[in-house]
Design a protein around this ligand. Sequence first.
Ligand SMILES: [Zn+2]
Length: 203
Amino acid sequence: MQAASDRDVLLVVDIQNDFCPGGALAVPGGDEIVPAVNRLARGFAHVVLTQDWHPPAHSSFASTHPGKHPFDTVEMFYGRQILWPDHCIQGTPGAAFHPQFDIPHAELIVRKGFHRTIDSYSAFRENDRKTPTGLASYLRERGFERVTLCGLATDFCVLYSALDARAAGFAVAVVVDACRGLDIDGSLARALDDMREAGVALI
Ligand SMILES: [Zn+2]
């Protein structure tokens, strides 16, 4: 891998208890990547973390839609949305980073999904594809040109963040071995194809 410079930033997506085995929305093997993510981060002078951060009764939770179950889909005002188990509720242990996660030099934590009526897979734009998180401007202002991603889940938050980073004009790479996917109905293979097609380097 190319040595990281001051133009490089590592974006570590959602290494939180609820996305690891035993959590409310566990990604298979989600905890296995934590040592690799910690190692990877040591090679970057600049690291940004994301943290899924929902209010109670968030609109992406199946429990807020009578008669619906986790992994059903609904039409939101912004389009189709998968419904999830309640997860990553602000201030709860499930929303905390994994206990072995260890990147003390991370410079920014981007919290996402805090608007009650909009989910946010991407670290850049919420699921209405309009509401910005502010991250693109932050990275530009800091002078970063290349974004390398890892984390959870490959086929949702990593995918959307990688595509949006490309759309914002950054060179983008995803460290596939430092990610794990949910793989709902073939979503993992589709995600890898979509990222390749968008010019994301899979390394
Ligand atoms: Zn979420």
